[in-house]
Design a binder for this molecule. Structure first.
Ligand SMILES: *[C@@H]1O[C@H](CO)[C@@H](O)[C@H](O)[C@H]1NC(C)=O
Ligand SMILES: *[C@@H]1O[C@H](CO)[C@@H](O)[C@H](O)[C@H]1NC(C)=O
Ligand SMILES: *[C@@H]1O[C@H](CO)[C@@H](O)[C@H](O)[C@H]1NC(C)=O
Ligand SMILES: *[C@@H]1O[C@H](CO)[C@@H](O)[C@H](O)[C@H]1NC(C)=O
Ligand SMILES: *[C@@H]1O[C@H](CO)[C@@H](O)[C@H](O)[C@H]1NC(C)=O
Ligand SMILES: [Ca+2]
Ligand SMILES: [Ca+2]
Length: 573
């Protein structure tokens, strides 16, 4: 009884890693077990009614984003699948998440026990106590609400339950002063990077649909230092809300959300649609949940509120980022060795389409079979799937950066006559920095236009994946600045082979005729030379097959096949 892996060259033959995995497993199931005629029982999908999570917290059953049984007219099963992660014993123990916001009510009885005072700071007023400033309208309730989503204590009869209810939460108050400064931002995201594991940010440039802005010098440096040196070199995890500018804005014009160093999170509502305030862009990696469009007062995000209160009405993509931070805390507990890049890979591989849908932006598959959506990235984060994969995860291979090519001559763009450019690339093959398996791709673009908001830019990879790098922003009437070496980022070509022809299409949409000049397009590839995970999956199962512990193996393979099937089915329908 020997496993056979060698004949299958997965990259060459099969498009999707799940499919590869599945077929490899079937090959082995067949080879190893068929003759002996084991019976196979198809195990059902997780049944909502079978989930044995019993919490005494009064708002727990209203927290549909944790366990969605159809509360508030929602879609059952559309949730973060935290129950599975909790049942496996992961609750965020030993992980610290910082909420970079308007402060935290750290005296709140549902937060006090999980509050990490040593890792907290108030950069808005330079003291160690990030307590929110009082206003009559409770304007500064945001950070407290976000903190509860991550770290509210469980089973204490107060409010609800955090995604990672045994994690520690730190408050970094930094939004509540007349002006934001580069120093405040930089200090916040580099605060105690050896103690804080995950930073959650629900802020960025003004979401007015006409701003193009990003981190300044000190903040950029702080982020680079964070991913390179934070957490003992494994990298700080920066979670970013994709933005609240709605369909009039594009989060690729927000240099924080579109940074490779942040995990940009969009939100879905409880029936699987996007929220009306959600921004879309190709740099979004995955999604969590926010409040419903329906008037149902219980369709919001239930969490802690100022002065010991609870609320059912937290909302915005702001509500989405802390949920992701909580899921990542569960993954870090399952495997503290995860790097900042591992976390992105895990998000890509385990996020689910579930029942997310949009009328305009359909789900598509990229060149290696990964299903993505322009609004939702790779789908809704799946805490159960994430901790299981995290536990067995081996750090991805070294990352390389390749300037794949550059167009530097000016090219005219006119309404009704879009500009189409191509770059042929070997992706630095033959050099030390060859990139064979993509992670992020950036198109650095310099362009001006008589109306910047009417510009739209698409880029298609050699494997045929089209990323919408910039959509129309009807409120952006800039006619002077344009984009100056702006790095438009896409995550949609993740895992693809970048060698071949990349095509950039630049055009105008809108009522009035416009013109412009594209002055630069530089294509930057980021990724690995060796295969990031297929090898490791194969290796894991090879070694397990070699152990010939049949019963265990049978069960494990059975589950793995079923998981792969489920993921294939859910991504197919
Ligand atoms: C849940 O906990 C409550 C209070 O502790 C208890 O009364 C109830 O029987 C429990 N339910 C289940 C299904 O365990
Ligand atoms: C908030 O909590 C305080 C103290 O428990 C209570 O007096 C107040 O009515 C609550 N406010 C709201 C808006 O629920
Ligand atoms: C983390 O890395 C250490 C050192 O390389 C290793 O001993 C340990 O098994 C790893 N833990 C996990 C969960 O992979
Ligand atoms: C764009 O740049 C070109 C070349 O520098 C210049 O001739 C043109 O006037 C500019 N157009 C706009 C709309 O700023
Ligand atoms: C970019 O793609 C979108 C969506 O498919 C399409 O509507 C738009 O016309 C394209 N723009 C250009 C310049 O090709
Ligand atoms: Ca509680
Ligand atoms: Ca925005």
């Amino acid at each position: 009884m020997r496993a056979r892996f060698a004949p299958i060259h997965v990259h060459d033959v099969l498009p999707s890693w799940q499919l590869c995995f599945l077929i490899l497993l079937f090959v082995n199931v067949k080879n190893v077990f068929e003759q002996e005629g084991f019976s196979r029982q198809k195990r059902g999908y997780r049944n909502i009614n079978d989930i044995e999570v019993n919490m005494s917290d009064p708002l727990f059953t209203k927290q549909w984003y944790l366990i969605n049984t159809g509360q508030a007219d929602g879609t059952p099963g559309l949730d973060l699948n935290v129950a599975e992660a909790w049942q496996l014993g992961y609750t965020g123990k030993g992980v610290t998440i910082a909420i970079m916001d308007d402060g935290i009510d750290y005296l709140h009885p549902d937060l006090a026990s999980n509050y990490n005072a040593d890792a907290s700071y108030d950069f808005s007023s330079n003291d160690p106590f990030p307590f929110p400033r009082y206003t009559d309208d409770w304007f500064n309730s945001h950070g407290t609400r976000c903190a509860g989503e991550v770290s509210a204590a469980a089973n204490n009869n107060i409010c609800g339950v955090g995604v990672a209810y045994n994690s520690k939460v730190a408050g970094i108050r930094m939004l509540d002063q007349p002006f934001m400064t580069d120093i405040i931002e930089a200090s916040s995201i580099s605060h105690m990077p050896q103690v804080i594991d995950i930073y959650s940010a629900s802020w960025g440039p003004t979401d007015d649909g006409k701003t193009v802005d990003g981190p300044r010098e000190l903040t950029l440096q702080a982020m680079a230092d964070g991913v390179n040196k934070g957490r003992g070199g494994k990298g700080s995890i920066y979670v970013w809300a994709s933005g609240d500018g709605g369909s009039y804005d594009d989060c690729n014009c927000d240099g924080y959300a579109s940074s490779m160093w942040t995990i940009s999170i969009n939100s879905a509502i409880n029936d699987g649609r996007t929220a009306l305030y959600d921004e879309s862009c190709s740099s979004t990696l995955a999604s969590t949940f926010s409040n419903g469009r329906k008037r149902n007062p219980e369709a919001g995000v239930a969490t802690t509120d100022l002065y010991g209160n609870c609320t059912l009405r937290h909302s915005g993509t702001s509500a989405a980022a802390p949920e992701a931070a909580g899921v990542f805390a569960l993954a870090l507990e399952a495997n503290p060795n995860l790097t900042w890049r591992d976390m992105q890979h895990l998000s890509v591989l385990t996020s689910k389409r579930n029942q997310l849908h949009d009328e305009v932006h359909q789900w598509r598959r990229n060149g290696v079979g990964l299903e993505f959506n322009h609004l939702f990235g790779y789908g809704v984060l799946d805490a159960g799937g994430m901790v299981k994969m995290a536990k067995e995860w081996k750090t991805v291979p070294e990352r390389f950066h390749c300037v794949a090519g550059s167009v530097q001559e000016p090219h005219k763009i006119q309404s009704g006559n879009k500009l189409v450019l191509a770059i042929d690339t070997e992706a630095c093959q033959g050099k030390d920095n060859f990139v064979r398996y993509l992670e992020h791709v950036q198109a650095v673009v310099t362009v001006n236009a008589s109306r910047r908001g009417d510009l739209n830019i698409n880029m298609t990879s050699p494997m045929g994946t089209k990323s919408i790098l910039l959509s129309r922003r009807p409120r952006d009437d800039d006619s002077k600045v344009g984009f100056d070496k702006w790095p438009f980022m896409t995550t949609h070509t993740w895992g693809e082979d970048p060698r071949g022809t990349w095509v950039l299409e630049v055009g105008f949409q809108g009522e009035e005729p416009q013109r412009g000049v594209l002055k630069e397009w530089t294509l930057m590839l980021h990724g690995t030379q060796s295969a990031p995970y297929i090898d490791q999956i194969v290796r894991d199962y090879q070694s397990k097959l070699a152990m010939s512990k049949k019963e265990e193996l049978e069960e494990e393979l059975d589950e793995a096949v079923e998981r792969s099937l489920k993921s294939l089915l859910s991504k197919n329908n």
